[in-house]
Design a protein. Sequence first.
Length: 227
Amino acid sequence: MSPSKPDAGTLGLLGGTFDPIHFGHLRLAEEAREALGLAQVALIPAGQPPHRDMPQTPAADRLAMVQRASAGNPGLVVDAGEVYAPDKSYTVLTLERLRALHGPRRPLVLILGADAFNGLPGWHRWQELFGLAHIAVANRPGFAPHGRRWPGTLSPELDAACAGRIDTDPAALHRSRAGRVVPFDMTPLAISASLIRDLIHGGHSARYLLPDSVLDYIGLHHLYRRT
C-alpha cells in the first residue's frame, strides 16, 4: 500500500532499515500517530542506508516484512520509494520526493528518535530538512529532549538550527507544511532488530517480539538462519 492521497491530513514518516520490523517500530508509529494527531504514518524501508553497512537481508524482503506487519492497520501505510531508488537512501532525497508527491501544502512530519535527532548535523544536506517537513522527536518519558531540558542537551549547531522552531504543542504540526520541531513521549520497549537476528541465528525463539506474520515470513524464506 502506498501513502494516502495528497491533502488527506498530516502524514507522519518513519524510516528505518526494518531488518526485521518489530513491535518497537510499530508501537512508535502508533504512538506518534495518536500523540501528534496524524492522519497516517508511512513506514519507509531503507534501500541503501547511507549511515551504516548494507543490510544482509535484501531490500525486497525487508519491504515484504513491513507490508505484512502493517496489514490491517489503516493508520499505517508503506512507502517503497527508497527500496526502488537507484541512489542511497538519504532522508533529504526522500522528503523531496514525498513533497513533490503530496504537494506544497500538505504537512509532512519526519519521526525521529532523540538519538537520531541529536545526530542530525551529520546527515546529508540536513539543514534542508526543516524546509521540507516538520520533525517530531520521540523520547523516553522524563528524558531530554523534553520540557525545560529542551534544547539544553543539543549541540550548538543543532541548537542554532532549531531556534524559533521548537513547539511543545502538536497542533503546530497541522498549521503549516514544515519547519516545526515537536517532542513527544514514547513507551520504551527493549526490543532491537539485532536481538531478533541473533536469537533466530542461534536457533532461539523470537516470538512475541515481532508480529507472527513477519516471523512466518522469516521462517518461510530462511532469513537470519545459520548458513
